[in-house]
Design a protein around this ligand. Sequence first.
Ligand SMILES: NC(=O)c1ccc[n+]([C@@H]2O[C@H](COP(=O)([O-])OP(=O)(O)OC[C@H]3O[C@@H](n4cnc5c(N)ncnc54)[C@H](O)[C@@H]3O)[C@@H](O)[C@H]2O)c1
Length: 128
Amino acid sequence: MAGQLAGKAVLITGAARGIGRAAAELFASEGAIVFATDVNQPAEPFLDPNIRFSVMDVASEADWRDIVQTIKDRHGGVDVLVNNAGIGGSQLALADENLGDWNRVLDTNLTGVFLGMREVLPGMRTNK
Ligand SMILES: NC(=O)c1ccc[n+]([C@@H]2O[C@H](COP(=O)([O-])OP(=O)(O)OC[C@H]3O[C@@H](n4cnc5c(N)ncnc54)[C@H](O)[C@@H]3O)[C@@H](O)[C@H]2O)c1
């Protein structure tokens, strides 16, 4: 496949819709093999055969381990990580915020990004 990213393995989180989905389609159009993931199934299936969708929760250490291992087994490692998944939270005033919603934002927007970087970094170093 031709393109600026031919053969590169790209992992994108939060890719069922929005910016993540658009990024998945753009990377695939440049020849990348895209692993599009999301905690929810996409409303519409991906049409590009270079995009493989799987369900994963960025807040789950086990989910990160599984998807990165899968990509390593099939393509030698992750070349590009797009840590896109994120949530806006309840938007309530501070005095009305509850701890569950607060923790969900931190788990997704902070811990999820940390887990992703930590999981792919060793393979990226090895593959230079
Ligand atoms: N759209 C904007 O104007 C804007 C502005 C600033 C930042 N952002 C950030 O850019 C990113 C994408 O924005 P968007 O507008 O496409 O958002 P979106 O809400 O349309 O899509 C986010 C996707 O992330 C998924 N997601 C949520 N929690 C998840 C989890 N725990 N694990 C895996 N997937 C999860 C959702 O299911 C959804 O498909 C988000 O991180 C958002 O916070 C967006």
